[in-house]
Design a protein around this ligand. Structure first.
Ligand SMILES: *Cc1c(COP(=O)(O)O)cnc(C)c1O
Length: 221
Protein backbone atom coordinates (compact mmCIF):
# COMPACT_ATOMS: atom_id res chain seq x y z
CA UNK A 1 0.00 0.00 0.00
CA UNK A 2 1.49 3.28 -1.14
CA UNK A 3 -0.21 5.44 1.52
CA UNK A 4 0.75 3.07 4.29
CA UNK A 5 4.43 3.01 3.28
CA UNK A 6 4.56 6.80 3.06
CA UNK A 7 3.12 7.19 6.53
CA UNK A 8 5.40 4.50 7.88
CA UNK A 9 8.46 6.34 6.55
CA UNK A 10 7.48 9.93 7.33
CA UNK A 11 6.45 9.04 10.90
CA UNK A 12 10.03 7.92 11.54
CA UNK A 13 11.75 10.99 10.09
CA UNK A 14 13.26 13.54 12.47
CA UNK A 15 12.40 17.22 11.95
CA UNK A 16 14.26 18.67 9.00
CA UNK A 17 14.43 15.42 7.02
CA UNK A 18 12.19 15.25 3.94
CA UNK A 19 11.02 12.29 1.90
CA UNK A 20 11.49 12.40 -1.87
CA UNK A 21 9.08 9.80 -3.29
CA UNK A 22 10.92 8.37 -6.29
CA UNK A 23 8.25 7.73 -8.91
CA UNK A 24 10.43 6.94 -11.94
CA UNK A 25 8.89 4.28 -14.22
CA UNK A 26 5.68 4.37 -12.19
CA UNK A 27 2.51 5.74 -13.78
CA UNK A 28 0.69 8.96 -12.92
CA UNK A 29 -1.95 6.89 -11.04
CA UNK A 30 0.68 5.74 -8.55
CA UNK A 31 1.78 9.34 -8.01
CA UNK A 32 -1.84 10.37 -7.44
CA UNK A 33 -2.18 7.67 -4.80
CA UNK A 34 0.87 9.05 -2.99
CA UNK A 35 -0.49 12.58 -3.44
CA UNK A 36 -3.77 11.56 -1.82
CA UNK A 37 -1.71 10.36 1.14
CA UNK A 38 -0.26 13.88 1.50
CA UNK A 39 3.02 13.45 -0.39
CA UNK A 40 3.97 16.56 -2.41
CA UNK A 41 7.67 15.99 -3.15
CA UNK A 42 8.57 13.56 -5.93
CA UNK A 43 11.80 12.55 -7.65
CA UNK A 44 12.34 11.44 -11.23
CA UNK A 45 15.49 10.48 -13.09
CA UNK A 46 14.58 10.76 -16.78
CA UNK A 47 14.07 14.24 -18.20
CA UNK A 48 11.38 13.40 -20.74
CA UNK A 49 9.43 11.25 -18.30
CA UNK A 50 9.53 14.10 -15.79
CA UNK A 51 8.40 16.54 -18.45
CA UNK A 52 5.33 14.41 -19.21
CA UNK A 53 4.43 13.89 -15.58
CA UNK A 54 4.95 17.55 -14.78
CA UNK A 55 2.54 18.47 -17.57
CA UNK A 56 -0.08 16.00 -16.30
CA UNK A 57 0.08 16.87 -12.59
CA UNK A 58 -0.20 20.10 -10.60
CA UNK A 59 0.95 21.21 -7.14
CA UNK A 60 3.97 18.92 -6.94
CA UNK A 61 7.55 19.80 -6.05
CA UNK A 62 9.70 17.91 -8.58
CA UNK A 63 13.29 16.94 -7.92
CA UNK A 64 15.56 15.50 -10.57
CA UNK A 65 17.57 12.78 -8.86
CA UNK A 66 19.43 10.78 -11.51
CA UNK A 67 22.26 11.30 -13.95
CA UNK A 68 21.39 14.32 -16.09
CA UNK A 69 22.75 14.73 -19.61
CA UNK A 70 23.55 18.30 -20.62
CA UNK A 71 21.28 18.11 -23.68
CA UNK A 72 18.28 17.25 -21.45
CA UNK A 73 18.56 20.16 -19.01
CA UNK A 74 16.28 22.32 -21.14
CA UNK A 75 13.32 19.98 -20.58
CA UNK A 76 13.30 20.45 -16.82
CA UNK A 77 14.87 23.88 -16.18
CA UNK A 78 11.58 25.84 -16.22
CA UNK A 79 10.08 24.03 -13.21
CA UNK A 80 12.46 21.66 -11.42
CA UNK A 81 12.89 22.55 -7.71
CA UNK A 82 16.18 20.79 -7.07
CA UNK A 83 18.71 18.89 -9.19
CA UNK A 84 20.39 16.30 -6.97
CA UNK A 85 23.18 14.76 -9.00
CA UNK A 86 25.35 17.45 -10.58
CA UNK A 87 28.52 15.56 -11.46
CA UNK A 88 30.57 17.97 -13.57
CA UNK A 89 31.37 21.67 -13.99
CA UNK A 90 30.09 21.35 -17.56
CA UNK A 91 26.65 20.20 -16.39
CA UNK A 92 26.47 22.99 -13.83
CA UNK A 93 27.30 25.54 -16.54
CA UNK A 94 24.49 24.21 -18.75
CA UNK A 95 22.00 24.26 -15.86
CA UNK A 96 23.05 27.88 -15.30
CA UNK A 97 22.46 28.70 -18.97
CA UNK A 98 19.00 27.12 -19.04
CA UNK A 99 18.06 28.63 -15.67
CA UNK A 100 18.88 32.12 -16.92
CA UNK A 101 16.80 31.49 -20.06
CA UNK A 102 13.90 30.51 -17.80
CA UNK A 103 14.66 33.50 -15.53
CA UNK A 104 15.21 31.25 -12.56
CA UNK A 105 17.86 30.30 -10.03
CA UNK A 106 17.96 26.50 -9.77
CA UNK A 107 19.20 24.90 -6.55
CA UNK A 108 21.66 22.07 -7.27
CA UNK A 109 23.51 19.46 -5.23
CA UNK A 110 27.00 18.26 -6.05
CA UNK A 111 27.10 14.49 -6.44
CA UNK A 112 29.92 13.10 -4.38
CA UNK A 113 31.44 9.76 -5.29
CA UNK A 114 32.06 7.95 -2.00
CA UNK A 115 31.02 4.38 -2.84
CA UNK A 116 33.41 1.53 -3.49
CA UNK A 117 32.03 0.82 -6.97
CA UNK A 118 33.70 2.16 -10.05
CA UNK A 119 31.34 4.69 -11.58
CA UNK A 120 31.89 7.51 -13.94
CA UNK A 121 29.48 9.74 -12.05
CA UNK A 122 30.20 12.15 -9.25
CA UNK A 123 33.06 14.25 -7.97
CA UNK A 124 35.52 12.60 -5.61
CA UNK A 125 35.83 14.69 -2.44
CA UNK A 126 39.18 16.00 -3.76
CA UNK A 127 37.71 16.97 -7.12
CA UNK A 128 34.79 18.69 -5.44
CA UNK A 129 37.13 20.65 -3.17
CA UNK A 130 39.26 21.68 -6.13
CA UNK A 131 36.18 22.84 -8.00
CA UNK A 132 34.89 24.84 -5.04
CA UNK A 133 38.40 26.31 -4.55
CA UNK A 134 38.42 27.47 -8.17
CA UNK A 135 35.57 29.86 -7.38
CA UNK A 136 34.22 29.38 -10.95
CA UNK A 137 30.79 28.54 -9.62
CA UNK A 138 30.44 32.00 -8.12
CA UNK A 139 29.93 33.41 -11.63
CA UNK A 140 26.91 31.16 -12.20
CA UNK A 141 24.04 33.36 -11.10
CA UNK A 142 21.39 30.94 -12.40
CA UNK A 143 22.33 28.19 -9.98
CA UNK A 144 22.69 27.92 -6.24
CA UNK A 145 24.84 25.11 -4.92
CA UNK A 146 22.60 23.98 -2.08
CA UNK A 147 24.40 20.91 -0.77
CA UNK A 148 25.64 17.43 -1.51
CA UNK A 149 24.16 14.17 -2.78
CA UNK A 150 25.73 10.75 -2.37
CA UNK A 151 25.02 7.05 -2.81
CA UNK A 152 26.57 4.39 -0.60
CA UNK A 153 28.21 1.22 -1.85
CA UNK A 154 25.63 -1.36 -2.91
CA UNK A 155 26.35 -3.95 -0.21
CA UNK A 156 24.82 -5.65 2.83
CA UNK A 157 27.78 -4.48 4.91
CA UNK A 158 26.20 -1.76 7.04
CA UNK A 159 29.60 -0.67 8.39
CA UNK A 160 30.67 0.11 4.86
CA UNK A 161 27.42 1.94 4.07
CA UNK A 162 27.73 4.02 7.22
CA UNK A 163 31.36 4.88 6.40
CA UNK A 164 30.35 6.06 2.90
CA UNK A 165 27.57 8.28 4.25
CA UNK A 166 29.92 9.56 6.92
CA UNK A 167 32.45 10.71 4.32
CA UNK A 168 29.71 12.54 2.44
CA UNK A 169 28.59 14.22 5.63
CA UNK A 170 32.14 15.29 6.52
CA UNK A 171 32.58 16.82 3.09
CA UNK A 172 29.20 18.55 3.38
CA UNK A 173 30.09 20.06 6.76
CA UNK A 174 33.52 21.22 5.63
CA UNK A 175 32.13 22.77 2.44
CA UNK A 176 29.40 24.52 4.41
CA UNK A 177 32.02 26.02 6.75
CA UNK A 178 34.56 26.99 4.04
CA UNK A 179 32.57 28.14 1.04
CA UNK A 180 28.94 28.67 1.99
CA UNK A 181 26.59 29.52 4.84
CA UNK A 182 24.11 27.19 6.53
CA UNK A 183 21.13 29.17 5.22
CA UNK A 184 21.99 28.58 1.55
CA UNK A 185 23.94 25.31 1.66
CA UNK A 186 21.82 22.99 3.73
CA UNK A 187 20.79 19.82 1.90
CA UNK A 188 22.46 16.44 2.27
CA UNK A 189 20.68 13.99 -0.03
CA UNK A 190 21.38 10.40 0.90
CA UNK A 191 19.46 7.23 1.64
CA UNK A 192 17.39 4.90 -0.56
CA UNK A 193 14.95 2.06 0.21
CA UNK A 194 17.59 -0.27 1.64
CA UNK A 195 19.79 2.16 3.55
CA UNK A 196 17.79 5.24 4.53
CA UNK A 197 17.79 4.50 8.27
CA UNK A 198 21.58 4.65 8.26
CA UNK A 199 21.55 7.77 6.09
CA UNK A 200 19.21 9.57 8.51
CA UNK A 201 21.52 8.57 11.37
CA UNK A 202 24.39 10.13 9.44
CA UNK A 203 22.63 13.45 8.96
CA UNK A 204 20.68 13.15 5.71
CA UNK A 205 18.12 15.88 5.05
CA UNK A 206 16.55 14.30 1.93
CA UNK A 207 15.93 10.58 1.53
CA UNK A 208 15.07 9.27 -1.94
CA UNK A 209 12.74 6.28 -1.70
CA UNK A 210 11.22 4.42 -4.64
CA UNK A 211 10.87 0.67 -4.20
CA UNK A 212 9.68 0.76 -0.59
CA UNK A 213 6.78 3.03 -1.55
CA UNK A 214 5.83 2.00 -5.07
CA UNK A 215 7.12 -1.57 -5.31
CA UNK A 216 9.47 -2.86 -7.96
CA UNK A 217 9.78 -0.83 -11.11
CA UNK A 218 8.37 -2.08 -14.37
CA UNK A 219 10.96 -0.92 -16.88
CA UNK A 220 8.56 -1.37 -19.80
CA UNK A 221 6.36 1.57 -18.71
C1 LIG B 1 15.98 5.06 -8.37
C2 LIG B 1 16.75 5.93 -7.46
C3 LIG B 1 16.45 5.98 -6.07
C4 LIG B 1 15.39 5.12 -5.41
O1 LIG B 1 15.90 3.84 -5.18
P1 LIG B 1 15.04 2.71 -4.40
O2 LIG B 1 16.05 1.69 -4.07
O3 LIG B 1 14.00 2.24 -5.35
O4 LIG B 1 14.46 3.36 -3.20
C5 LIG B 1 17.19 6.85 -5.29
N1 LIG B 1 18.16 7.63 -5.82
C6 LIG B 1 18.47 7.61 -7.13
C7 LIG B 1 19.56 8.49 -7.63
C8 LIG B 1 17.79 6.75 -7.99
O5 LIG B 1 18.12 6.74 -9.29
Amino acid sequence: MIAEEIHKITSQLPDGVRLVAVSKYHPVEAILEAYAAGQRLFGESHAQELQQKHAALADIEWHFIGHLQTNKVKYIAPYVSLIHAVDSPRLLAEINRQALRAQRTIPCLLQLHVAEEETKFGFTPDEASAYLDSGEWQQLTGVRIAGVMAMATNTDDTTRIRADFHRARSFFEQAQAHYFTPDTFNELSMGMSDDWHIAVDEGSTLIRIGTQIFGHRDYTV
